[in-house]
Design a protein around this ligand. Structure first.
Ligand SMILES: Cc1cc2nc3c(=O)[nH]c(=O)nc-3n(C[C@H](O)[C@H](O)[C@H](O)COP(=O)(O)O)c2cc1C
Length: 248
């Protein structure tokens, strides 16, 4: 099924209204992250793996045409913190430890049958909390565009791009700016999702719209508190199915 047009019903009307971004509990600012520090076990930031994985577990939306769906995500799994379940930038699932957005992306992939794409950078991010905070803060202050380590080869074959990222400093992580400036998503639909420590999306959906003015960016993406990530599977599945991704 190659050139089918995907139609997303229900939510598109709001695509331009990114002005009103209160969705999903955004609050104004949360730059003061908690500073959990226990053990420090260094690990590569790009743990996520970046194969464009096209496994085909089906769900309601998967039957609607996963072949045209890409799930791109950025996620930095932290290796310190109080535990692997609550309030940490990682989640333990079936013995596997994942970054929060990596985990959500995998659920979306299983539900849609789409392809997974990890947005990874050439430089590795610190994987302990305070160094990561400082690094990201400086990167944002410099308006950096971190070089990406992998690229989407077959963008033309996707009509729908789920785009997942953590809220960093009430903004997109800077690699998302690189990503959104590298590609032209004109005519495609971007469906944002985020995990966060209390700020929801902040202004990030509007920023995505500004960077991709010719894409349809749905305004009511999915925002999940990092405290709820480990229990979020059914919410994610319900949300995906509620998008009513259908082919024509
Ligand atoms: C550098 C940095 C900055 C953050 N800034 C915010 C913020 O401004 N607001 C917020 O709600 N959460 C913030 N967080 C929390 C992350 O959004 C949250 O831990 C997220 O679930 C991490 O996702 P990941 O494991 O996929 O990287 C920040 C985390 C980091 C590491």
């Amino acid at each position: 099924m190659s050139k089918n047009l995907l139609k997303i019903s229900g939510i598109f009307l709001s695509a331009m209204l990114v002005l009103s971004l209160g969705a999903c509990g955004s609050s104004s600012q949360n730059n003061t992250e908690d500073t959990r520090q226990e053990s420090q076990t260094p690990a590569p930031a790009a743990e996520a793996g970046n194969d464009v994985d096209s496994s085909t577990e089906t769900g309601t939306a998967a039957e609607a045409g996963g072949g045209n769906i890409l799930i791109a995500y950025f996620s930095v799994m932290e290796t310190d913190g109080v535990d692997t379940v609550a309030s940490a930038s990682r989640v333990a699932v079936d013995g596997e430890v994942l970054g929060n957005n990596q985990y959500i992306a995998q659920i979306i992939q299983q539900e849609t049958g789409g392809d997974l794409f990890a947005i990874e950078t050439v430089q590795e991010y610190p994987t302990t909390h305070d160094p990561l905070l400082e690094f990201a803060y400086n990167e944002r202050a410099e308006n950096a565009r971190p070089e990406l380590a992998a690229h989407i080869e077959n963008l033309d074959s996707y009509d729908v791009i789920f785009l997942g990222y953590p809220n960093w400093n009430s903004d997109l992580p800077m690699p998302l700016y690189t990503f959104l400036e590298e590609y032209d998503f004109s005519g495609k639909t971007i469906i944002p999702f985020t995990t966060h420590g209390g700020s929801g999306f902040s202004r990030t959906i509007q920023t995505i719209s500004e960077l991709q003015p010719n894409a349809t960016v749905i305004s009511d993406g999915l925002a999940i508190s990092r405290n709820s990530v480990s229990d979020a599977e059914s919410d994610v599945i319900d949300w995906v199915n509620g998008l009513n991704l259908t082919e024509e």
